[in-house]
Design a protein around this ligand. Sequence first.
Ligand SMILES: [Ca+2]
Ligand SMILES: [Ca+2]
Ligand SMILES: [Ca+2]
Ligand SMILES: [Ca+2]
Length: 251
Amino acid sequence: MTSAPAMPFIRPFLLLFAITGLVWCEIRSRRQLYSNLHSPIFDKDHYTVQIAEEVSLGTNVTRIVAHDQDEGSAGSIVYSLQADNDQRSLNIFEIIPDTGQIRTKSRVDREQFAIHRLTVRAEDRGSPSNSATASLVIYVLDMNDHAPQFENAQYLVNVSEVTGVGTVIARLRANDEDDGDNKAIKYSFVTAVEDFRMDPNTGDISVAQPLNREATATYDFIVQAQDQSVNVANRLSSQVIISLPRVRGVL
Ligand SMILES: [Ca+2]
Ligand SMILES: [Ca+2]
Ligand SMILES: [Ca+2]
Ligand SMILES: [Ca+2]
């Protein structure tokens, strides 16, 4: 007499194990799907970028991206910007929340702000959420958008007819709001002046030769201050009139 095969009794158990295993895997995968196990990670802790001043609104500055290994909303990132030094930086730059693209949203003027220090925050949509930050420094590069301006609107200097050659009789000064060569200034006479000399670097005007007693009573001439932009075509200048009434004797 042979015993009945055990298989018919084992099959239901195998089936139950299989179903239990599938349910467990499904629960595990769903738990992983909706669990927020990871924080966003930036490629770098610190980013720097340069941008020319006076670019048009909406100009793309850079794009900063973080990665999150989670799936679903727990791996979906929202970006935001914080100002480290001056809240006004947030009036000039914005970040697109879904992409990390940073762009300008108002005028970028180096003469007002040369350096913007920001923090980029990446936060996932998990519950509770995880987040990470990276620093971003934006350097605004100068363009030559200012002409030198003389300190005075006009200059009137009395000159004695016996003033010796080489004596400095006036010191003209101009200032330029730009940077580097764009603010470096050279001074010159616009019209030829024989009796006086102008130092191109300092703006000092001195007597170049013995003053002629028979000459006109007043010297009127135009003086120019020009910046030294590398691009000669972009150089800017301003002019002012200086009057030098010649008086008798020693002042
Ligand atoms: Ca996450
Ligand atoms: Ca400017
Ligand atoms: Ca400038
Ligand atoms: Ca300039």
